[in-house]
Design a protein around this ligand. Structure first.
Ligand SMILES: Nc1nc2c(ncn2[C@@H]2O[C@H](COP(=O)(O)OP(=O)(O)OP(=O)(O)O)[C@@H](O)[C@H]2O)c(=O)[nH]1
Ligand SMILES: [Mg+2]
Length: 470
């Protein structure tokens, strides 16, 4: 496939108000097109590559100045795209970059499609697909954790891990293929059977490593979507009051009738840079009311899905056996928290303006459960509450190492398929032809991951997710 020779232009910085904006121009005629829109044509033509110069962008009559800019000239192939390029640094805002782009379009440039600069860089061998995707990851990430994994990919660690994985699969496949070839020898030497066992073990290890990476990438994805905090506990404890206090406005109805909140209500907030999805839930109690019972089932499922549970309880009510069991269940380890150890559970003993509860404090102490005592009505200990939110959310995102090879949905899909193929391979281990078939399929999938077999359609799908100007 040969690179397109048209010349493309686009704004590479976000549109809108800003001190500066960057416009990129790339293609065979990039230098001629730029020279056509500036007042200093000769100067630009004589300018050496990779030098920064000051120019004026002029209107099509060459009389009116649109902007004074700086620009860097790049000669093919020593540029981001591998083509002739100019990077223009102009004043920002809604009008000037638009006017400069219009001048470039009028002089022969075409509007760049999404990710077209990166795509040209890929086609010209300036970077591989994984590098292009890691740049997209750097730009698109919403959390520190996501950034960490995109940086690992950008630094080439992802590529190394994949190549190592590929080598291991090739080695195992070649052992199997040689056994297929020499199948007449019924006697399997001792060294040979040792190798068969070792290879199977190696495959099992690879599967568990890939499964771990899939788990980590799911965690990164869920952090992007927000750390889930469920506010649970018995009715009338102050869950909705707490929900409103954290959000900073009256979102949920607060009332002294127990059972006021019937459904799980959720809101997203960004707390100290971390996205949090907060759930206000129906109070848990034994009830004959079918609607309330549905609400309680939703509370239990919110607890199950949450990264953190805030168990809100009132200091002026006794600790019942049902509540004890509810707390123990909420704090139990489940799948979601397996990456980070225990699910974080914090007991919030509310309404200490009325009375203090030694019984509830003792219960928490006996079970090493973290607790804080507050009064939402009298604003007692509000600082401790917000400090607890900060530390528990930060801990969740810090506890887990970033994935090594999966930084986007495409990778996740391919690695899930690789793991499933290898599981099939292990299942049929000993049936050489079948094992070889699954290993070959795995190698095809790895080639797809590395972009070695990516056709136009696949590239379109990948680059469509990039932004314009990248
Ligand atoms: N004295 C006192 N009352 C409080 C405090 N916090 C909340 N309340 C009151 O307790 C009652 C119940 O509050 P909610 O926030 O609706 O409690 P809830 O846990 O959401 O209750 P349900 O939705 O019924 O499960 C309301 O009358 C609140 O005003 C507090 O710190 N001290
Ligand atoms: Mg409520």
């Amino acid at each position: 496939m040969s690179a397109s020779t048209s010349t493309i232009a686009a704004l590479s910085t976000p549109p809108g108000r800003g001190a500066l904006a960057v416009i990129r121009l790339s293609g065979d005629n990039a230098h001629e097109i730029f020279a056509a829109v500036v007042g200093e044509k000769e100067k630009f033509i004589k300018e050496s590559a990779r030098q920064i110069g000051i120019y004026t962008i002029v209107d099509d009559n060459g009389t009116e100045i649109i902007d004074e800019i700086t620009a860097i000239k790049y000669n093919a192939p020593r540029s981001f795209t591998g083509e002739n390029m100019v990077e223009i640094f102009c004043h920002g805002g809604a009008i000037i970059p638009r006017k400069i782009l219009d001048r470039l379009f009028m002089s022969g440039a075409e509007a760049a499609g999404r990710g077209e600069f990166s795509r040209r860089a890929l086609l010209n061998g300036k970077m591989d697909l994984l590098k292009a995707e890691s740049i997209a990851g750097l730009i698109d990430c919403q959390t520190e954790k996501h950034l960490e994994s995109a940086q690992l990919a950008y630094q080439g660690k992802q590529l190394k891990s994949l190549e190592k994985l590929k080598r291991k699969i090739i080695n195992i496949l070649s052992d199997i293929e040689s056994r297929i070839e020499f199948a007449e020898d019924d006697d399997v030497a001792e060294s040979e059977s040792k190798l068969i066992i070792e290879n199977k073990r190696e495959l099992e290890l690879i599967i568990s490593e890939l499964e771990e990476d899939l788990r980590r990438s799911d965690m990164v994805k869920s952090l992007d979507e927000g750390i889930i905090i469920a506010l649970a506990g018995p009715p009338n404890a102050g869950k909705s009051s707490l929900f409103n206090e954290i959000l900073g406005y009256d979102r949920s109805i607060v009332h002294d009738v127990p059972g006021t909140t019937r459904d799980a209500v959720s809101e997203k907030i960004v707390f100290e840079g971390i996205t949090v999805k907060l759930f206000d839930c129906a109070g848990i109690r034994i009830t004959a009311d079918a609607v309330e019972q549905r609400g309680i089932e939703r509370t239990l499922s919110a607890i199950k899905d949450a990264h953190i549970v805030f168990w809100v309880t009132s200091a002026d009510t006794p600790l019942t056996d049902d509540e004890r069991n509810g707390i123990i269940d909420a704090a139990a380890v489940d799948d979601k928290s397996s990456d980070t150890g225990r699910k974080k559970t914090l007991i919030i003993i509310n309404k200490i303006d009325i009375v203090k509860s030694e019984e509830k404090k003792q219960f928490c102490a006996d079970r090493s459960l973290e607790y804080i005592e507050i009064s939402l009505r009298e604003k007692i200990n509000a600082d401790a509450l917000f400090a607890a939110i900060k530390s528990s959310t930060a801990q969740i995102s810090e506890d887990m190492p970033p994935p090594e090879i999966i930084i986007n949905d495409r990778h996740r899909r391919i690695i899930a398929a690789v793991a499933s193929n290898l599981r099939d391979c292990v299942f049929h281990y000993g049936r050489e032809e079948l094992s070889a078939h699954y290993l070959k399929k795995t190698l095809d999938l790895l080639a797809e991951f590395l972009g070695h077999t990516a056709g136009d359609e696949v590239l379109n799908e990948i680059f469509e997710k990039f932004c314009i100007g990248k």
